[in-house]
Write a protein that binds this ligand. Structure first.
Ligand code: PMP
Length: 391
């Protein structure tokens, strides 16, 4: 047998896998299919007019800067708007092309040059994160999630038994897919474990501004050099602009900037300046965030009442915001997706988010996009598909 050519090897390299959700979006766009699958922001909540004002101003006043190469670490005025805390240090901020790139850069930096690195991730966990970790050859260890987020006690047991991860990835607020939020006690304990066992906590927090209940939003993870925070403008402003950021110890940020330099030199100057214009209009920005929360609150209520009406036996994980309802249907839903597509509705099966533990009875429903007046019909179709597959 002749050895495979380089082209044959590269075209069948299974380190690169496609996200089930990205694949599903193709079906979800078919005419007549109502989609509860994608976690896209609602189109009516994208601030198109305000972005148009910012773009016009940029071209009129600073076109030469906006269309020029920029610094790898990001535009200083945007970094200043993103930095937090009582003694803000802009050297903590690296602007990235969405938080997805931030994850990729952190994963590259954290890879051990000599051996396979272990990464801990919530189970079920965010597909975009597991995809990045796997593509870099990291070994994933899934740790369970309940209504208070990552089971830090489970992680502590694994660490005591000898697990030595380099990274622990968490989506601490309104987790994708379960909607769960990491409790303050668990956040504290997680950082203590990171300091004791010397691993980095990657806290990917794109939904943190989308608290939809009266309860205060999540308590942020305690300050520690072991914590790398990832932020994103995708859920609050626009995913198409591809603006995210890393907030971490300046020594790590300096290294991550070198990794980014090799990847893409810098994030779009124009888009960064546009975001800075919009965010620095603080009265508008906070009214906009309130408007988003109102919009998503209504959408969530519409989906929740449809689930209560048509899937009365579903156990919905308590959540305080974000984009998703995680529903345990109590029966194996392995064959539900094709049946649901036949009935004209799309969703994401829980199994797509599973790392080590099966999630075969759960599904993720998104209320962030699509026509909310159709949610009742969408869940009615889902219930009909469920009845057809379980009868
Ligand atoms: N992290 C989580 C938990 C997400 O849900 C998403 C978007 N689905 C991302 C990161 C990617 O965000 P961005 O558009 O900033 O790359």
């Amino acid at each position: 047998m002749t050895a495979p050519t380089l082209l044959q090897q590269l075209s069948s390299d299974d380190r690169w896998t496609s996200s089930v959700i990205r694949d599903l979006l193709v079906h979800a766009r078919q005419p007549g299919v109502l989609s509860l699958a994608g976690g896209l922001p609602a189109v009516e909540l994208l601030p198109i007019e305000r972005c148009q004002v910012a773009a016009d101003r940029l071209f009129a006043e600073r076109g030469g800067v906006a269309l020029q190469y920029g610094l790898t670490s990001g535009e200083p005025e945007l970094r200043e708007l993103l930095v937090r805390g009582d003694a803000p240090d802009v050297d903590r901020i690296l602007v990235t092309a969405g938080s997805q790139q931030a994850l990729d850069l952190v994963t590259r930096l954290a890879a051990s040059p000599t051996e396979t690195s272990t990464v801990v991730i919530e189970d079920p966990g965010y597909i975009g994160a597991s995809q990045v970790f796997r593509s870099h050859g990291h070994q994933l260890v899934g740790i369970g999630v309940d209504a208070d987020g990552l089971r830090v006690d489970e992680l502590a047991d694994h660490l005591a038994a000898g697990l030595r991860p380099r990274l622990c990835y968490v989506n601490p607020t309104f987790q994708n897919p379960t909607g769960a939020t990491l409790s303050a006690e668990r956040a504290q304990r997680l950082v203590e474990l990171a300091e004791t066992y010397d691993f980095l906590v990657v806290a990917d927090d794109p939904y943190v501004e989308l608290a939809l209940d009266d309860r205060p939003a999540a308590t942020p993870l305690p300050e520690s050099p072991q914590v790398i925070r990832l932020g994103s403008m995708s859920k609050t402003l626009s995913p198409g602009l591809r603006i995210g950021w890393i907030d971490a110890d300046p020594r790590l940020v300096a290294q991550l900037a070198l990794v980014k330099q090799a990847a893409d030199l810098h994030t779009s100057t124009f888009n960064q300046l546009l975001v800075a214009d919009v965010m620095s209009d603080s009265t508008w920005w906070s009214a906009h965030l309130d408007g988003l929360r109102n919009g998503y609150r209504q959408r969530r209520a519409a989906l929740r009442s449809a689930v209560d009406r048509h899937l009365p036996n579903a156990q919905v994980t308590p959540q305080g915001g974000g984009f998703f309802l995680w529903c345990d249907l109590g029966v194996d839903v392995d064959t539900l997706l094709p049946a649901a597509l036949d009935h004209g509705v799309a969703f994401v099966p829980g199994a797509a988010f599973a790392i080590d533990q099966p999630a075969n009875t759960s599904i993720r429903l998104s209320y962030s996009s699509g026509d909310q007046t159709q949610y009742d019909e969408a869940v009615r179709r889902l219930a009909a598909a469920l009845a057809a597959t379980t009868s």
